[in-house]
Design a protein around this ligand. Sequence first.
Ligand SMILES: [Zn+2]
Length: 159
Amino acid sequence: MHDYLLAKGSPYRASLHTHPIELVALTHSKKWMEKDAATKMLWSMIPETKAFCPRGLGMVPYMLPSSVELADATIKAIDEDYDVVMWEKHGVFAVDTDIMSAFDQVDVLNKAAQIYISARNMGFEPEGHVRRPDAGTYRRFWFAQIAFDGNILIPSSTP
Ligand SMILES: [Zn+2]
């Protein structure tokens, strides 16, 4: 993966693989393995999700762990415009400029999955928010807030 990113001229220098329970649980359903179905649901749980993971969540069907086929399918998914890719019934793979940014993407996606699952456990399908401000606006806002006082606040000017 590192050779691929360097050869491509990518600014990304970090890749992360882990097994976040709630995200992996989603991949046990054909519904959430459909292209961008999980992305849309996860983005709608909390605004941070799209701010920290603006390119969404790619999906790769189950393949033998550590296989060349899995590596090739992961590179293809990243080429198609994802920074974070789920490996069905296994785990997640993320790339970014540094390891903390890669972790943040996975962490916010898994938090959104936990919210979805919590709502379902309370017996209802979560509404989700339907307004999706552009990711650039959100990124600028969040990082300005974090730099200012370390807190994250909901922007009052959200369209
Ligand atoms: Zn693994």
